[in-house]
Write a protein that binds this ligand. Sequence first.
Ligand code: FE
Ligand code: FE
Ligand code: ZN
Length: 277
Amino acid sequence: MYYIGNHLSSSDGYAAMGNTALALGGNTFAFFTRNPRGGKAKEIDKNDIEKFLGIARENNFGKLVAHAPYTMNLCSVKEDVRTFSKNIFADDIKKMAYIPDNYYNFHPGSHTGQGVQKGIEIIASVLNEIILPEQTTTILLETMAGKGSEVGGNFEELKEIIDRVKLKDKIGVCLDTCHIWDGGYDIVHNLDGVIEEFDKIIGLENLYAIHFNDSKNECGSHKDRHEKIGYGKIGLEALKRFALHPAFAGRPFILETPNDNEGYTREIAMFKEWMEE
Ligand code: FE
Ligand code: FE
Ligand code: ZN
């Protein structure tokens, strides 16, 4: 079984996203839990959620990959940013309980001058405060491009965070193909080597979801600019090899490519063709 979808707008609610995903040919999707740049979340509409859960069940949807807002930075040097971030994190986890057993993905954070080690310590301590034994949502750290003071630009940093989290079955990784490429992992010339390294350091059992993107920039550029599948520096062949690699089988693949609905329909159809070849 494979799961493919794209990032959808949450402004119309869950049922609308479910229907849009189906219309585009997908069987999973991602969405921002609130305005990606702001902070306010929509109120929970139980009717909408019931409708969505029905759509997901009838169409065998894979796990959804909710995305935390970009404004969230658990390890900012500024205390008000840290407090704000912790509050929206905790609130998002509560809201995710209405759609049980899905994923909540976030950018580990930017240490804003405090150093990577300090960043890792703060992120892990907040996770230990917020993650609850009874939650059904798995929290996913996203692999980052290593832009600015981002934490999580290599596998070792993510592993260090995971090692410090007490409730191990609630934490994992979301691998972003554009980000690891920009971060210096050459998935074009050395896919098996990169997978081996991921497995050795983080462990493939901790990999839950894929952000499937091409990149506008070269390997190791530390830029983080996504491109349409096949139009960037990773390219079609390498991305196809990645998608078909057995190491990633069964994980939800989420497109975060700069596309309109027509483009997403095309990329989803192409992914399905690869899987069914
Ligand atoms: Fe992201
Ligand atoms: Fe991503
Ligand atoms: Zn990105």
